[in-house]
Ligand binder design. Structure first.
Ligand SMILES: *Cc1c(COP(=O)(O)O)cnc(C)c1O
Length: 396
């Protein structure tokens, strides 16, 4: 091994460990459902993005197994050689219908979808206005495009208007995009899409919404854009197939021209092997399930409201979430980590989230209730929250 590399790795690992920033990864023994087993201990799981419980759904499992039998385990090539299977075409048609757009294209993950789409559409002659709390994959996608990146204060429409005006009137850029999460995953707040669309019209901005946490959750399941009825206004609706949809992958939905272009210009589409047959079929089945019924969506919100009300009644500070995402804001980073650790010892798996993922002094434990939790599980979790919260002096 190179000595330079060895030194680099050791000094970085040491620094992270000394500063409490080294993340020990828990191993889930078995499926990631409403309860999980970690180190032999059964825990109520409030940390997965499996909002609708679809990751372990019997119908989806059957669909995946069937597709493996008919199509094999791998797609065999990138999409543009001969890795476009009939299953991918069926999925993309279903996604476009789901999102209310002319067309859609699927990618291997939400992360690489942002790498793919931003870079395909924007380049070094352009500017991207980006909400300061946008997801890491948006930040990386913007960097890869080489466009000028202009940070916009979180959901601050005055700041957006001022910066859009300045960017457009400067004459420095060929195109200007505004990019935002649909639902912000740390606080559970929702992007102000009606105002964003208004500002975009005023300045001819390209609009890009990453709805990773909105799909399956907002708009009766169809997402944040549908929630506001703006399917015809948002240029790129991007999302993941790995959270509420329960499988893996990402997509962009939009006009036929946009999708035709992404299929010739988006690098992960051209140079990375397509989604596996099993995943593709399971995703299609998941999306069809969401289109056929709002039952899982309704259950998710019922459980989210129940947990939120319970935590609030106990006296926890739960912020201003507009979605089932429910943070318990503790403040001090060390205390938030200790709280999460004690919850785990008592039987609740809820991860702490601290700086730099969230601002300093807003350390928290984040709860992700799902449609798969039973009322009994949530009541158990609330009891444990009450016990640990009192013991640590967080509530009285
Ligand atoms: C999780 C997430 C992604 C990445 O999606 P994956 O399918 O897990 O790669 C992208 N954007 C946002 C906002 C996310 O929360």
């Amino acid at each position: 091994m190179s000595q330079k590399l060895e030194q680099y790795l050791q000094s970085n690992l040491e620094y992270l460990k000394d500063n409490g920033l080294y993340n020990e990864i828990d191993v889930v023994e078995g499926a990631n459902g409403p309860e999980i087993t970690v180190a032999g201990k059964k825990l109520i799981n409030l940390s997965s993005n499996n909002y609708l419980g679809l990751a372990t759904d019997e119908k989806l499992k059957e669909a995946a197994i069937e597709a493996v039998k008919t199509h094999g385990v791998g797609a065999g090539a990138v999409r543009t050689i001969n890795g476009t299977l009939d299953l991918h075409v069926e999925l993309e048609k279903t996604l476009a219908e789901f999102k209310g757009t002319e067309a859609a294209v699927a990618f291997q993950s939400g992360f690489n979808c942002n790498m793919a789409a931003i870079q395909a559409v924007m380049n070094k002659e352009d500017a991207i206005l980006s909400d300061e709390l946008n997801h890491a994959s948006i930040i990386d996608g913007c960097r890869l495009s080489k466009a000028k990146i202009i940070r916009v204060n979180h959901s601050d429409m005055d700041d957006l208007r001022a910066k859009a005006k300045e960017a457009v009137e400067s004459g420095l850029y060929k195109k200007v995009m505004y990019i935002t999460d649909g639902v912000f995953s740390m606080d559970g707040d929702v992007a102000k899409l009606p105002e964003i669309v208004e500002i975009a019209k005023e300045f001819d901005l390209i609009t890009y919404v990453d709805d990773a946490h909105g799909s399956g959750v907002m708009g009766k399941g169809a997402g944040t854009v549908k929630h506001f009825g703006l399917e015809k206004e948002i240029d790129l609706q991007m999302g993941t197939l790995s959270k509420a949809i329960g499988v893996v992958g990402g997509y962009v939905a939009g006009s036929q021209d946009l999708i035709d272009y992404l299929k010739v210009a988006a690098r992960p589409f051209l140079f990375s092997t397509s989604l596996t047959p099993g995943d593709t079929k399971a995703i299609t089945e998941a999306v069809k399930t969401l289109m056929a019924s709002t039952e899982l969506h309704d259950k998710l919100w019922e459980n989210g409201d129940y947990l939120k009300a319970g935590l609030k009644d106990l006296g926890f500070e739960i912020g201003n979430s507009e979605t089932p995402i429910t943070p318990c804001i503790i403040g001090d980073e060390k205390k938030a980590q200790e709280f999460s650790k004690r919850l785990k010892e008592e039987g609740v798996y809820a991860k702490s989230i601290v700086f730099p993922t969230v601002p300093k002094g807003t350390g928290r434990v984040r709860n992700m209730p799902t449609a798969a939790h039973t009322k009994e599980m949530l009541d158990n979790a609330l009891e444990i929250y009450a016990k640990v919260g009192r013991e640590m002096g967080i509530i009285s």
